[in-house]
Design a binder for this molecule. Sequence first.
Ligand code: ADA
Length: 573
Amino acid sequence: MRRRFREHDVRLTQDLGGVWDFVFLGDHDPDAVNVSTLRYDDRMAVPGCFDATPKYAGRRGLVAYRTTALIYDNTPYRLILDGVHHWCRVFVGGQLLGEHVGGFTSFHFDLPPIEPGEVEIVLLVDNRFDYARCPLHLDYMDWYHYGGIARGVELHRLGPLWIETLKVTTLDPSARKIQIEFDYRATEPPGPTELSLTCDGYTVREETLTLTDLSGTLTYQVELAHAALWSPDSPHLHMLHLMLDNGEHADDCYERFGIRQVRVEGQQILINDEPVRLLGYCRHTAHPQFGHALPEAIQVADVQLLQDLGCNFVRGSHYPQDPLFLDLCDETGLCVWNEVIGWQHTAEHLTDPHFIQAQLRNLEEMVAMSANRPSVIMWGILNESHSSDPACRPAYETLLGRLRQLDPTRLVTYASNHPFDDLCFDLVDVISINTYPGWYWGEIDEIPAMLDQIVHHLDIEGQPAGATWADKPLLISEIGAGAIPGWRDQNATRWSEQYQARLLEVVLKHLFVDRHRVCGISLWQFCDCRSSEQVRRILGRPRGFNNKGTVDEYRRPKLAYEIVKRYFNEIID
Ligand code: ADA
């Protein structure tokens, strides 16, 4: 998998990235496809988005990918996929393992007993919009939903005894106290088993366990005297290595973690009891040549630019973030708002059990794949959905409740575009507002008054129930303007780079120099990205792109870049 560190020494893993056989099947019904008679007439990169390649640009339909891997023996094997869009059905050795709904999250299938030797792996993948099959990718959402095996694929030999999960939780930063919890699984009772737990090479625990069950969970609480805390300014990381060995079988795994605690206090967000002001961007994981399958080079470049701009924050809009990108955020101290896939959902979706079920699965997978990341400080859901509609409140309660249940250590929020009539702010730790004064409504010189009106309402007038939110942190989770790359106009009209630069300067000056109510901002947006077919028709997206990036889709800076860089690095304290 594309990670910044090796995850196993002992476990046998095969990275199946590369070029797979490929065939575009178009309007075929997946149920009508016999994978054993497919004829592959092309090839496709994995990780990769097939509809980001010139030949299949703009195409939507069913496709098939094929590769092979090695099975060494008759013990459990697991196929791990880090992100397939939008829907897939997985076959190994001609046998159906199952299907998965929704991109951007890691999932896996355990193989049935298979004869040792070379085994064929086939994925049917579909990037068509089909609410019944996949209610998470819908054509009205304002980004291009690329399809394909967009992230890494690995085959792991689990063997008769393996480590299923390994979770590290900070208990007390000042004492460098953490909790280590892991699950094991086995095909037969492991019996006496040597446990070895080291951190950065230091022995944390060595003992002989007597494991009589086929599965179990073990928890340790340790104080790491040598450890340093993780924070945006000093993102210290530590590496845990867990090994289980019962003499016949062994398994191990590495997990990198940071010791930090995040909480809210009044209008502030605190990391390790220090107030933090979050300055950054909303970022789509997108590129015209790679779709959602950003190569390492682009992910490194994006982090370089975010750091150059003086960011300490990035909102992963509008879906769960790539494990490699989160590794880079861990290392550079970029705080992350990691978000379940979603965009402007109405009661029609939010009262549909089919939709909520898919949301819960995406949410649970997002938490599972990023729970040990110190950079992830908050979880988000349901971008700009109908949180002002009483019929939608139960969905917010369900999803936010599930997030808190899975992970009580992080903040929860959602980006609301209903600042004056939202009914769900009591459910979150941070109130986050998307607003576009000076772009979709009003003029640039009206922006300060319009922003003050939102703050006045939230802090003074309060909600219909009379509650005020003056005791909660307030984050501007989207604000910005479009600028056609290279359009420099002395009239500084809308769509010019001058207009965008001027609007962002007025916003940053008002929110962080003239006023100090907000705890942070994620400007919309870091880079231009292709929009979806339907949005282009309705909202008007010149070039078919969302042009509100501070850099264009090839990460080339617009005029606004230097303005934001100056404010984030010098003016805002
Ligand atoms: C909304 C939405 C973003 C984008 C933005 C825009 O706030 O959350 O995804 O569509 O509007 O550019 O209008």
